[in-house]
Design a binder for this molecule. Structure first.
Ligand SMILES: Nc1ncnc2c1ncn2[C@@H]1O[C@H](COP(=O)(O)OP(=O)(O)O)[C@@H](O)[C@H]1O
Ligand SMILES: CC(=O)OP(=O)(O)O
Ligand SMILES: [Mg+2]
Length: 374
């Protein structure tokens, strides 16, 4: 019998769902702006109940859940029970925008689909291969050990999938390939992948650092936090809210959606132009750092909402890197194509690729593999 798997990807303000029959998608959708001002959908549980009431969920083999933070404990797809739920809840302080949403999905699915196995697929899992030097923060080692302070990295399902597809697209075995993957969505992160293993990534203990995001700051000087508390008189919760929800593109330009930022740039808005420059320059610096770590780069792959759709971001992020063998062909970059493609000129030393991510399919596949292993 063909396996039927429901995948739930509950983001900070959205629910993405997809129902698979084998590899075929039989239903899919997105509920956005959950809990935002003026939205009819007040919380994740309400959104999920509504979504699930519209689907035919008979004969389900499994429900696969994206879970963002798996901490040190979870590095494999995991069958969910009360103990796993408690452990994911305990990790909430490290992913305050994400783990509560993931848990809402798990709880509603367990309530509405009792008896169907539920599997958690962790964003952090792919990064368990980070070498110690890349995962270690240079702070007091005993404090770091006691409190689990360590680079975990996120978006692992997406980085793993697009790195693997990059091997197919450039026609080389993934085992021989050094790839830099750039997941640019609402959240954004970069990853260096060698032979299919993550060896560097830009998010850290939480999904806040690294690249500039829609509403998150990415890397900042940590002493900005002390300054805001001591000098500006903010509470820690206010600083947390500022850096996670009111920074990034939104904080710089007033718009968190890259389409809106670019429209404002075209209208000559200086704040939007600065935001675009800060965003793209951060990506470029990260590519340079990972190039130095890898020593040789075979491919650079863009994915997620901005990476898949924004030619101006791809062009600006890699501009001026010709000496590293990295060039983007303007015609290929601007072409109104959608699927997997190469946008560097033929014969370029580094293949620049665009590969739509397939987190949901990957979660379905890994959920079934978890059940097969028992
Ligand atoms: N044509 C486009 N040009 C620029 N940005 C785009 C385009 N289409 C979508 N995006 C961006 O993609 C973002 C969403 O990416 P997505 O990967 O769906 O995010 P997430 O999964 O993190 O919610 C939006 O905020 C929007 O800025
Ligand atoms: C981990 C993370 O940042 O996820 P998202 O991009 O879905 O917010
Ligand atoms: Mg996403």
């Amino acid at each position: 019998m063909t396996a039927r798997v429901l995948v739930l990807n509950c983001g900070s303000s959205s629910v993405k769902y997809r129902l698979f029959s084998g590899e075929r998608t039989v239903a899919s959708g997105l509920v956005e702006k959950i809990g935002e001002a003026g939205s009819e959908v007040t919380d994740h549980a309400a959104a999920l109940r509504h979504v699930m009431s519209t689907l035919d969920l008979g004969q389900l083999t499994a429900v696969g859940h994206r879970v963002v933070h798996g901490g040190k404990r979870f590095s494999e797809p995991t069958l969910i029970d009360d103990d796993v739920i408690a452990a994911v809840r305990a990790l909430t302080p490290l992913a305050p925008l994400h783990n509560p949403a993931n848990l809402a999905g798990i709880e509603v699915a367990r309530e509405l689909l009792p008896g169907v196995p539920q599997v958690a697929i962790f964003d952090t899992a792919f990064h368990r291969t980070l070498p110690d030097f890349a995962a270690t923060y240079a702070i007091d080692a005993a404090v770091a050990e006691e409190f689990g302070i360590h680079r975990y990295g996120f978006h692992g399902t997406s980085h793993a999938y697009v790195a693997r597809r990059t091997g197919e697209v450039v026609g080389r075995p993934a085992a021989d390939l050094n790839v830099i993957t750039l997941h640019l969505g609402n959240g954004a992160s970069a990853c260096a992948v060698t032979g299919g293993r993550s060896v560097a990534t830009s998010m850290g203990l939480s999904p806040l650092p690294g690249l500039v995001m829609g509403t998150r700051s990415g890397d900042i000087d940590p002493s900005i936090v002390f300054h805001l508390v001591r000098v500006a008189g903010m509470t820690l919760d206010e600083v947390d809210d500022l850096l996670n929800k009111r920074s990034g593109l939104l904080g710089l330009s007033g718009a968190n959606d890259m389409r809106e930022v670019i429209a404002r740039c075209e209208a000559g808005d200086p704040a939007a132009m600065l935001a675009f420059e800060v965003y793209c320059q951060r990506i470029k610096s990260t590519v340079g750092a990972y190039y130095a770590q890898l020593g040789r780069v075979d491919a650079i792959t863009f994915t997620a909402g901005v990476g898949e759709n924004s030619a101006p971001v791809r062009a600006a992020a890699l501009a001026g890197l010709g000496r590293l063998g990295i060039t983007v062909d303007p015609a290929a970059n601007d072409a109104a194509e959608r699927g997997e493609r190469i946008i560097s000129p033929p014969g370029a030393e580094v293949a620049v690729c665009v590969i739509p991510t397939e987190e949901e399919l990957e979660i379905a596949t890994q959920s079934l593999a978890c059940l097969d292993r028992g």
